[in-house]
Design a protein around this ligand. Structure first.
Ligand code: FE2
Length: 127
């Protein structure tokens, strides 16, 4: 099993290169705090807040997966070059339909050189 790297708050890290390394490998879940049961709900997962990951043929983000708790909801696969072979934020929007009263959303992303990275969890109230 691969090691799971978890996001840590980069404001608590001194070294610039370490901040960059952590931030660009971390998926961030962006969505509203509330959703309606049975209705389409957009969840965007974007890599990095401040720094961008490379999109080289031998080093790129190859997939981004969205989980509700331990359940996989959706996954997007990227092909190198999709982001122009440059440093760019890999980003994908999933449209999901909540069926329970709460979502515990988290994302994982896979870098072909630096492994699996996990976001912090975002809780969404569903009514
Ligand atoms: Fe990487």
């Amino acid at each position: 099993m691969p090691k799971i790297n978890k996001y840590v708050d980069i404001s608590e890290i001194d070294r610039e290169s370490k901040k960059d390394y952590i931030d660009r490998h971390s998926p961030f879940v962006h969505c509203e705090d509330n959703a309606s049961k049975g209705e389409k709900f957009a969840v965007t997962v974007k890599m990095g807040n401040e720094y961008s990951h490379p999109d080289d043929f031998d080093h790129y983000i190859s997939n981004v997966a969205l989980y509700n708790g331990e359940t996989l909801l959706a996954r997007a696969d990227f092909v190198p070059g999709t982001l122009g072979n440059e440093k760019n934020h890999a980003e994908v929007t999933f449209n999901i339909v909540p069926t329970s009263s709460k979502l515990k959303l988290s994302a994982q992303a896979y870098c072909t050189k630096h492994g699996v990275w996990e976001s912090t969890m975002k809780t969404v109230a569903v009514s």
